[in-house]
Design a protein around this ligand. Structure first.
Ligand code: C5P
Length: 341
């Protein structure tokens, strides 16, 4: 029997790029958050051999460069399964948009395949296979708010946070993540004036790549600690201070000042993306940022009405945008398996 699942997108709330490691990856720190936008993945196993990828979107590869192909290839062997695996991808998320669509699709294909075959891989093995296919796959085996360490593949669930409205702008720009990392590295070799200032500041303060990574960790740890210290949890799920002030944990997280380093290389190449961030901020976003290496830009809003007004503004300017919400871990898994309409 075929299995159909939803494959959700993520955004990065802050992304700190560290040193280039001997394995060719960069050390990275980020907070991933799953959101309620999704593709639909349908998997079946027929008689025969091989893997077939079907997708109406010509930008999606059908060969072994497709993350679903690589995932199913490894998973079929790990599950000691035989047959011709057919993966149908209904693409709704932007391709190369920084929302993790291809990574999410591969994880959705894995969990659907397990159901089709009525076999399960142990959780740690699934995480290992996901990490072998790509750095931001494992987060989709956790869902909700997730801390990403290592090259982004080492994932730890963070406490769920009450949902707030998010606006996601998806400009028609495809950005290559490996290229964005290369551009990040090249920055150090040909410093512009801003870089030179950063370099001087780094010299003065002694701050290095690893210091920045440590600082990111400190900001997130301090935020996590503050969620529990000196506070009581109100019945609405909002964390309240003893003196009555209450703020959503999501707002508190973005107020730690964590930023996405990719903005420093992507915005100079695509000034229209910096402008989109500015539009969101002017429309009242509490926090706006590039997601991953882009091109999606998101804004966090304190009310649905403000978020809808921001979307209307972006659309009038010719940019695709919509209002969505974050998905808690429980909601993520409920929605992955929810019957298709
Ligand atoms: O793991 P993933 O397939 O997403 O990585 C694609 C490419 O992005 C890697 O080959 C590498 O060039 C770059 N990358 C990196 N550091 C990371 C993640 C990805 O340099 N932490």
């Amino acid at each position: 029997m075929p299995e159909t699942v939803r494959s959700f997108a993520k955004i990065n709330i802050g992304l700190c790029i560290g040193r280039l490691r001997p394995d060719g990856f960069h050390e990275l720190r980020t907070v991933y958050q799953t959101i309620a936008l999704h593709d639909v993945i349908r998997v079946e196993v027929k008689r025969g051999t091989g893997i077939e990828i079907r997708c109406a979107d010509p930008r999606v590869p059908r060969d072994d460069s497709n993350t679903c192909y690589r995932m199913v290839d490894i998973a079929m062997a790990a599950l000691k399964a035989r047959g011709r695996a057919v993966v149908n991808i209904e693409k709704r998320l932007p391709v190369r948009g920084g929302l993790g669509g291809a990574s999410s699709n591969a994880v959705a294909a894995l969990v659907a395949l397990e159901r089709v075959l009525k076999k399960k891989l142990p959780g740690p093995e699934k995480l290992r296979i996901a990490a072998a296919v790509g750095s931001d796959l494992p987060l989709f085996l956790i869902g909700g708010t997730v801390l990403g360490l290592g090259r982004g593949e080492e994932v730890y669930p963070l406490p769920d946070m009450p949902a707030l409205p998010w606006v996601i702008a998806t400009p028609a720009i495809a950005i290559s993540t490996p290229q964005a990392f290369r551009d990040w590295d090249a920055r150090g070799q040909q410093p512009d004036r801003a870089d030179a200032r950063t370099a001087i500041a780094a010299k003065l303060t002694g701050s290095t790549c690893s210091d920045r990574i440590t600082e990111f960790g400190r900001a997130v740890s301090a935020w996590l600690g503050s969620q529990y210290r000196d506070r009581i949890r109100s019945s609405s799920g909002v964390l309240a201070h003893g003196k009555g002030r209450a703020e959503s944990p999501l707002l508190e997280l973005v107020h730690t000042g964590i930023e996405n380093d990719f903005e420093q290389v992507v915005f100079p190449q695509y000034p229209e993306l910096r402008e989109l961030k500015r539009v969101l901020e002017c429309a009242g976003a509490v926090y706006a940022s590039l997601s991953g290496s882009g091109s999606a830009i998101y804004g966090l809003f304190s009310s649905q009405r403000k978020a809808e007004q921001a979307v209307a503004k972006l659309r009038r300017q010719g940019t695709a945008a919509l209002v969505t919400t974050t998905l808690t871990r429980l909601e993520y898994w409920k929605q992955v398996w929810r019957q298709q309409d």
